[in-house]
Design a binder for this molecule. Structure first.
Ligand code: NAI
Length: 737
């Protein structure tokens, strides 16, 4: 928060009496709901009230790329746990100004040319008419729930009054969906679409002119006489009859995971729907304060936050922010990963040579991008917006050349290899491409487990060789794990960071190790799930425990997605590598389950039609395989909390080992990688943070780990480094906010 006030909203009137308010925070790249905004909006509304007799209408727009970026998350992080009054005060100031705007008695139009998410949409909802540019780049929504919050600027109160309780909850509030303009129009969240940004102001003024004699244009539906809430109020028989089903629906969504926001949102929506507007806003503020003062929201905000800070910070530290962007890249292997990597590179403007061993496979790889482009185009509204999306998609596709010919890679500044997971094949493809690419091209491998140092030995320039570990589906997953081999140069690391920034992903940087950080740690989660089965804990209990811990996918379902043969292959290779070094790895109790499933029952996962779950012909999960009880028993009872903790602790303890061994260099990498890459529960703020915030702090965590070790096995014994840190009374994370 700046101590000196900066006006962030300009006020201009035209000859027709239309006032254009332009939000343009000079201190930031996007408009946010900071102290300057609050004061600027108050001043603007003061002036509107004063001059309202000379005003025919108001247009609210933005000079930034986005309409408005939403609440200032930094401010929310600084709300102390006993700061409920402060939180209420802050949102009441926001609400008060917006309420004055919507009851000004003059039509107010929001002209939205960029994303309006969170606070941005809340501002727009307080206007009488919303006009939106119909571009796939424009998203509208209230994603607060994904940060452990609720929209506290009137977002709950207004969406409920606009759409009705049920629709507001399911379509907007509970999942925090980001809606395209077309979908927002269909729902009734916005009123009008225009083709481009230049059409916004004329359309806004036209609407004001057309409604000059219409008093309803200057009022919200809920402020008009005879207003009825769509779908009814909680007191009405129609909604009243369905209300009891809501908590069950929510339980289904949450599966017992400790996320407080959806519950608070539902309560604010339902309670507020039965009250008048002012009282409903008070209820919303109270629930907002409850979330904003809690730890979960802070953890989720931090996880959202520092990945951005980190990406920027790392790029700066390595001078990679100033590098020339990569113009041409060659992707080797057009399978599942190569095809998707080609898409994200082409989307970022790179020319992509997609090389496979046979032309049909290369073409199929490009087909993946064709499908994604077709999907994007079909989502754009018909007309000009669709033409633009089509042109953009065509340009993207024209940048991808599927081929078997290595010479097509001529001059490429980077190679990303994604062929079979076999060191020999990888060595061959790098050798084949070497004469054709730029002499100093960056050499990247997307191997999921093979040591980078070993693969680097197979190329002519090991200093330029680095691991670039993508996650599937590549176009959706934000993380890239960058792996330094023993001979990787700092320059290569800088170039890899720049490449990752260019494609808009978040990096973590790790040192070489089998499975790096992410595969190693997620492996302990899946192994623990199987160890529970091996002990005879019923499969539904195992699934329930992982869901209740807050994992986005339950453990056995996740195994089926990964395909059981993959972890087995990794396990066997890891064992063999250890043996070659004269070490024998302890046998994990989950191993037997993997072998039994594959060897005895031939159930290898979803891609083979049968795994821990049964699947229908379309590959849809039907239910847990009833044979599991016969295969592994299913009568053992252990406290559910033990099952939950075993999974979380297994991952946390493996993370400590990664830090001890120098595979990870910072606990920030641990937090970011665990949440963005491998689905460690978001409410924790990351795996390192989870240890610090365990009840009783790090000491409590160590004591519980000892207890788990005593009951379930040596693998839970805390490493000495952890015990020392706890004994010294410190925290595990280097930086505590
Ligand atoms: P895939 O089997 O779908 O694709 C491999 C592709 O490489 C095939 O199209 C194949 O024709 C091609 N290929 C084989 N030999 C070649 C050669 N000599 N020259 C050119 N192309 C050749 O495999 P997938 O899943 O895409 O995996 C590729 C790599 O990515 C592997 O190293 C894997 O470990 C790694 N990886 C996989 C992840 C996953 O979720 N599947 C995640 C992260 C990394």
């Amino acid at each position: 928060m700046s101590s000196e006030f900066t006006n962030t909203i300009t006020y201009e009137s035209d000859a027709d009496g239309v006032v254009v308010l332009t939000m343009d925070d000079p201190n930031q790249s996007a408009n946010t709901m900071n102290a300057d905004y609050l004061a600027s909006m108050e001043r603007a509304v003061d002036r509107l009230e004063k001059e309202k007799n000379d005003i025919t209408g108001v247009v609210l727009m933005s000079a930034k790329k986005t309409f408005f970026a939403g609440g200032d998350l930094g401010d929310i992080l600084s709300i102390p746990s006993d700061g409920a009054d402060l939180a209420v005060e802050t949102v009441e100031r926001v609400k008060g100004t917006l309420r004055r705007l919507e009851t000004l008695g003059t039509p107010v139009v929001a002209a939205i040319g960029g994303a309006a998410l969170g606070g941005g949409l809340e501002i727009a909802l307080a206007t009488h008419h919303r006009i939106v540019v119909d571009s796939p780049a424009v998203q509208l929504g209230l994603p607060e729930v994904s940060l452990g919050l609720l929209p506290g600027g009137g977002g709950v109160v207004r969406t409920v009054r606009m759409l009705g309780v049920a629709t507001a909850l399911t379509e907007v509030l509970l999942e925090g969906k980001r809606l395209r303009p077309g979908k927002a129009l269909e729902l009734g969240l916005v009123d009008e679409l225009v083709a481009g940004p230049d059409d916004l102001l004329p359309a806004a003024k036209a609407w004001i002119a057309a409604n000059a004699d219409n008093p309803e244009a200057a009022t919200q539906p809920w402020d008009r006489k005879g207003y009825r809430m769509p779908g009814g109020t909680p007191q009405s028989p129609a909604l009243g009859a369905t209300l009891p089903a809501f908590p069950a629906m929510l339980r289904k969504q949450l599966k017992g995971a400790p996320y407080p926001a959806p519950v608070a949102i539902m309560s604010a929506a339902v309670e507020g729907a039965g009250l008048d507007f002012a009282a409903a806003e008070k209820v919303e503020a109270r629930y907002f304060a409850g979330l904003a003062t809690g730890q979960t929201a802070k953890n989720m905000i931090r996880a959202f936050f520092f990945d951005l800070q980190k990406a920027n910070g790392l790029a700066r530290a390595h001078g990679s922010a100033d590098r020339e962007p990569i113009a041409k890249v060659v992707v080797l292997g057009a399978g599942m990963m190569g095809a998707a990597i080609a898409y994200v590179c082409a989307k970022a403007g790179m020319e992509v040579v997609l090389k496979d061993i046979d032309q049909a496979a290369a073409e199929r790889g490009k087909g993946y991008s064709e499908k994604l482009v077709a999907k994007t185009v079909s989502r754009a509204a018909e007309g000009e917006a669709r033409d633009r999306a089509q042109a953009k998609g065509d340009a993207l596709l024209s940048r991808i050349t599927p081929t078997t010919d290595a010479s097509a890679a001529s001059g490429a500044q980077a190679v990303i290899e994604a062929v079979f997971e076999d060191p020999k094949v990888k060595e061959t493809v790098f050798a084949e491409i070497a004469p054709h690419i730029a002499p100093d091209a960056l050499l990247c491998s997307n191997t999921s487990t093979l040591p980078i140092t070993m693969l680097a030995e197979g190329v002519d320039r090991p200093a330029d060789f680095i691991g670039l570990h993508f996650f599937s589906p590549v176009d959706k997953m934000p993380l890239v794990e960058i792996i330094k081999g023993a001979s990787t140069s700092e320059d290569a690391l800088g170039r890899a960071l720049a490449l990752v920034a260019q494609i808009g992903k978040t990096p973590i940087v790790v040192n070489d190790s089998r499975g790096f950080f992410t595969s190693r740690v997620i492996g302990t989660f899946t192994s623990e799930g199987m160890a529970l089965l091996a002990e005879g804990v019923p499969a539904p209990t195992v699934e329930q425990a992982s869901a209740q811990a807050g994992y986005p996918a339950s453990v056995l379902a996740l195994m089926d997605e990964l395909t059981l043969t993959l972890p087995r292959k990794i396990r066997d290779e890891t064992r063999e590598a250890a043996r070659a070094e004269g070490r024998d790895l302890p046998d994990h109790p989950g191993n037997a389950v993997l072998d039994t499933m594959i060897d005895q029952y031939d159930r290898k996962g979803r891609s083979t039609g049968a795994g821990f779950y049964e699947y229908d012909a379309a590959g849809k999960r039907v239910g847990l395989w009833p044979g599991l009880a016969e295969a592994f028993g299913g009568t053992t009872e252990i406290p559910l909390q033990d099952a939950i903790d075993r999974m979380l602790f297994a991952e946390a303890l493996e993370t400590v080992k990664c830090l001890d061994e120098g595979v990870l260099e910072t606990t920030t990498d641990a937090n970011v990688g665990s949440i963005l890459g491998i689905g460690f529960p978001g409410w924790t703020g990351g795996v390192a943070r989870y240890m610090d915030q365990y009840p009783g702090g790090l000491t409590g965590f160590v004591a519980r780990a000892d207890e788990l070790a005593a009951n379930y096995g040596e693998r839970f014994t805390p490493p000495a480094s952890l015990r020392e840190k706890a004994a010294a009374g410190g925290t595990y994370e280097e930086v505590q906010p």
